[in-house]
Design a protein around this ligand. Structure first.
Ligand SMILES: Nc1nc2c(c(=O)[nH]1)N[C@H]1C(S)=C(S)[C@@H](COP(=O)(O)O)O[C@H]1N2
Ligand SMILES: [Mo]
Length: 157
């Protein structure tokens, strides 16, 4: 199990990466600067270390119990943990999430909300969520980091 992230325990450790079934769509591509690409179906994301917490989604104005993979562990799998991340969304939005924010804190790429896959109307299937810590992650200051429709992550330039 990776080192714990501020205040959180893991729900599951990493499991063996399942082969991608033909019926399963690639939801995420993680791309290193050297051009190495890792693709993830939902089942493959679920095989990474998982965590779960309840937090208030500022744009949806609703609390959800999210389950997903910490950005730290995705970056570790990509070989670039400690670098700032560029997070891309299907709608063309892109932002940077700083290493100082994701390396020790439980910022996660969520793939389930309230026990179900996240529908598009709730900003799924993949959406970045922040821990419920208004002091560390004030909603107003970190609104840019709640990236929905995520489809690609790379180390920042
Ligand atoms: N996929 C996606 N995520 C996004 C955005 C976006 O345009 N697309 N906008 C970001 C920004 S800049 C903010 S302030 C918040 C809220 O965006 P909104 O005010 O446009 O709803 O969502 C963030 N996440
Ligand atoms: Mo914004």
């Amino acid at each position: 199990m990776p080192a714990p992230l501020a205040g959180y325990r893991y729900l599951r450790a990493a499991g063996p990466r399942p082969a991608a079934a033909a019926s399963q769509r690639v939801l995420l591509t993680v791309e290193t600067k050297t051009g190495k690409k890792q693709t993830y179906t939902l089942a493959q994301l679920r095989a990474l270390p998982a965590m779960r917490y309840t937090t208030f989604h500022p744009q949806l104005r609703q609390r959800f119990t999210y389950e997903g993979v910490p950005l730290r562990d995705l970056a570790t799998a990509g070989g670039f943990v400690g670098r700032d991340l560029q997070v891309y969304a299907e709608n063309g939005y892109v932002t940077t999430i700083a290493a100082r924010d994701y390396q020790k804190e439980a910022v996660m790429l969520a793939y389930a909300a309230n026990g179900k896959e996240i529908p598009v109307l709730q900003k799924g299937p993949l959406t970045v969520v922040m821990p419920p810590d208004e002091k560390r992650f004030p909603a107003q200051k970190y609104d840019y980091a709640w990236v929905w429709f995520v489809d690609r992550i790379t180390p920042a330039k």
